[in-house]
Design a protein around this ligand. Structure first.
Ligand code: NAP
Length: 295
């Protein structure tokens, strides 16, 4: 098991670097002029720092009421304070959400629903990378617990070029048999793309006016690499966030779903992500794991 762990780690570092070289070129400038979003409501998970913070800030600058959902109250307060000190039309607030706890996810959803606010944008941004083997209180592998979407107009799922190296181990999604932090991260990002396409299919079939897209920010200099190495000369969080902001607010993305977006363009995602059987199987398995009935 140790040997294959080392091999998977080497393979995944290789893919990460390859993807960096292949995909992280070109300036991540803003791709479009974004319309005002006055009165609209957005939730940004992991909006306390990094790209999530930049996304929340930008959406507030467009006039949105942004809810930063995170698991560190002090960091949340700080982020809200930084956004509020700008003279924006929109506003920001913090709501507690720990995505590694199903109880917390359900509580967050209930509290939000009780407030009777509409939800126009959900940015599933929160994530950790390359953490040592760890389980959540519900027994899930740490990387695999990502945001669960609610009902809104646009859902943005933060994936990564690392998904190209992802392998779904359906029989061991929590990676208990042979843990590799790179393998677990890559699997979680591929799962997000599979999930994006299948969710869009379900929403369209149900007649819901909601679009879902996966985005890839390239390699961005954030705290995410705390578990890996220190990087310089790569795009800033504000530059990286521009792809989430684009998917969340650009006029040309109105009504457009099922895309994998990189650098303001639709790109082909990993071949496996288009595997419909795999999408269905992962959807069913995920529902089963969190105790939801499948549609
Ligand atoms: N940086 C890159 O090069 C890169 C490339 C491709 C994709 N991405 C993806 O982009 C997203 C944002 O990452 P980033 O680079 O901006 O990293 P970051 O600065 O580390 O931000 C991650 C955010 O997620 C939050 N978070 C982590 N676990 C959470 C949990 N259990 N519950 C609630 N919030 C949680 C963090 O808050 P706390 O610290 O308070 O937990 C933080 O606000 C991630 O999904 C990442 O996988 C990043």
């Amino acid at each position: 098991a140790n040997c294959s762990n080392v091999f998977i780690n080497i393979l995944n570092v290789y893919f990460t670097i390859l993807n960096w070289i292949m995909f992280s070129c070109g300036p991540l400038s803003s791709y479009t002029v974004l319309p005002k979003q006055n009165g609209r409501v957005a939730i940004v998970t992991g909006g306390t720092r990094g790209m999530g913070f930049e996304t929340a800030k930008h959406l507030a600058s467009l006039g949105m009421h942004v809810i930063i959902a995170g698991n560190e109250k002090d960091e949340g307060k700080l982020a809200v304070g930084m956004i509020q000190q700008e003279d924006y039309k929109g506003k920001a607030e913090f709501m507690y959400l720990d995505l590694t706890s199903m109880k917390s996810v359900r509580q967050f959803a209930q509290t939000f629903r009780d407030r009777g606010l509409p939800l126009h944008i959900l940015v599933n941004n929160a994530g950790t990378m390359l953490v040592p083997e760890r389980q959540t209180e519900d027994g899930f592998e740490f990387h695999f617990t990502s945001g669960r979407p609610g009902r809104c107009s646009r859902i943005v799922n933060m994936s990564s070029a690392t998904h190209y190296a992802g392998i779904i181990q359906m029989g061991d999604l929590n990676r208990r048999i042979c843990y590799s932090s790179h393998g677990a991260y890559a699997q979680s990002k591929l799962a997000l793309v599979l999930f994006t396409y299948y969710l869009q299919e379900q929403l369209t079939a149900g007649g819901f006016p909601v679009v879902v897209n996966a985005v890839d920010p390239g390699m961005v200099d954030t705290a995410l690499y705390d578990n890996l190495w220190s990087l310089t000369m790569i795009p800033t969080p504000a530059e990286g966030a521009s792809i989430s902001i684009y998917a969340a607010a650009a006029v040309e993305m109105e009504g457009v779903g099922s895309c994998y977006l990189y650098n303001g363009e639709k790109r082909r995602s990993a071949d496996d992500s288009y595997d419909h059987e795999l999408q269905v199987e992962l959807w069913k398995k995920s529902c089963e794991l969190v105790g939801l009935k499948t549609a």
